[in-house]
Design a protein around this ligand. Structure first.
Ligand code: GTR
Length: 350
């Protein structure tokens, strides 16, 4: 289990500051020789072929995995078959916190990852864990597609990553095994799993709950054993990870839209010539609308399936008391994330 209560995120960032760039360069070099040797440069227009691994936590048919595969297919097409991207679904290459570390070191070239665990490496990504910040998916996408959304993605470069684009994350909502959550006060005293994110820890604390950071792969058994009273996620995750089997009350408060991010190791990226960089960027840009379409369809299908499985769904219509109860989270993180928060506010519809 990963715990955020102690200095782990700080340790990670300081590990990076203490020289992970060097480590990334070495590991990146090793990875290259392992996949055919030679420099990446000059690969455009007939150079060496390259094979990159892409780590994905979700199953094969999940919308983000479908987005990864579309990206891989297009990348291969736009480089005339020279760059092959192998997608490893189902956390085969490790849970997200491990996968991102490996991408930073260069032992895995790519990952699709939630911006929440990414926030340990790129603190500004914590923006997406601020509660009730985005009104809906359109509001989120107005931000992601804006100059500020691109600037935020660019901050990944300081941590040894190149961000290729965003995927749709849907909205996260609570689910509990015993008592249904209907009002902010219902969270009081409950042990709720959160992603590895200080902002999410603060969110649960603001509601009087007990936040428990934990790897995604451990949530099912922890709900089942009673170690957790609840967790929170979007519909496709709640359904595909079968969490509904052990936590049958789903409260649609849609508290966060935690952007999904497509990342490549920065040294790997810098080693590509500009034609290949353009090809990969084009592939990512085209995979995004494809993934969004898959996402919307999946949310609908999964809600239907969840109802069919006897899940009780509580729609929260008035978010005012939730916003008030968690205002301190925005206040606390406002100093660091202020510019981005202002940009999000400006894009809110009247
Ligand atoms: C999902 C997300 C995953 C993972 C998971 C979690 O919504 O797509 O990448 O972060 O949530 O809660 O750990």
């Amino acid at each position: 289990m990963n715990t955020l209560t102690s200095p782990r995120p700080v340790a990670r960032r300081s590990l990076f500051k203490a020289g992970a760039f060097g480590a990334a360069a070495v590991a990146g070099g090793l990875a290259l020789s392992a996949c055919g040797g030679g420099s990446l440069r000059g690969s455009g227009g007939g150079g060496d072929s390259l094979t990159f691994k892409l780590a994905e936590t979700h199953p094969d048919d999940y919308p983000t995995t479908l987005g990864d595969k579309k990206f891989a297919e297009l990348a291969e097409k736009y480089t005339d078959g020279r760059i092959k991207i192998q997608v490893y679904p189902n956390a085969q290459l490790g849970e997200e916190s491990d996968a991102i570390e490996q991408v930073q070191m260069g032992s895995i070239e790519m990952t699709r990852i939630s911006s929440a665990p990414m926030g340990e490496f790129v603190p500004a990504m914590g923006l997406f864990s601020l509660p009730y910040l985005f009104d809906d998916a359109d509001h989120l996408w107005r931000f992601l597609d804006s100059e500020n959304g691109k600037k935020l993605l660019g901050e990944a470069e300081g941590a040894g990553f190149k961000g290729l684009g965003y995927f749709d994350p849907g909205a996260r909502s609570f689910y509990t095994s015993k008592k249904a959550i209907k009002a902010p006060a219902d969270v009081k005293g409950l042990k709720i799993r959160v992603q590895e994110s200080q902002v999410q820890i603060d969110f649960i604390k603001a509601l009087g709950g007990s936040p428990t950071p934990m790897d995604y792969g451990e949530v099912y058994s922890s709900l089942q054993s009673g170690l957790l009273d609840g967790a929170e996620n979007n519909e496709p995750s709640y359904y595909s990870a079968s969490h509904y089997e052990v936590a049958k009350n789903y409260t649609l408060d849609r508290h966060m839209r935690v952007a999904e991010v497509l990342l490549i190791n920065k040294d790997t990226w810098d080693g590509l010539d500009s034609a290949d960089q353009e090809a990969l960027q084009k592939a990512a840009d085209e995979a995004t609308p494809f993934q969004r379409e898959k996402w919307d369809a999946q949310v609908e299908t999964d809600l239907e399936k969840l109802r069919g499985e006897g899940v009780t769904i509580n729609e929260i219509t008035d978010l005012t008391p939730w916003r008030e109860a968690t205002r301190s989270v925005i206040d606390k993180h406002g100093a660091d994330l202020g510019t981005y928060i202002d940009a999000v506010e400006e894009l809110r519809s009247a």
